[in-house]
Design a protein around this ligand. Sequence first.
Ligand SMILES: [Zn+2]
Length: 97
Amino acid sequence: MQKNSDKHVAREFLLRQGRQLLAIAIAVFLVLLMAVLYKRHDLTGTFSDSALVTAQLVVITAFIGFTAFNWRCPKCKKYLGPNISSRVCRHCRTRLR
Ligand SMILES: [Zn+2]
């Protein structure tokens, strides 16, 4: 049987993982959308190339910032690394799920 703090860590990790997956989906969608808009000027007469490039950089920067804030171990608060489905924290070895 799991201890209460273990359940809390697992629940918090699931929340963070859900937010992270959502952020990845949104960031990929926006970057791809802007890449299409960049190629198809007939769709976007009003946006300049530099505006689209700037918007992509803003999306990527926001995604990196969000990841740095969100993608942390619920227990030791250290960055979890690139593996979205990791089972243990590589810093404190806490079981995440
Ligand atoms: Zn940890």
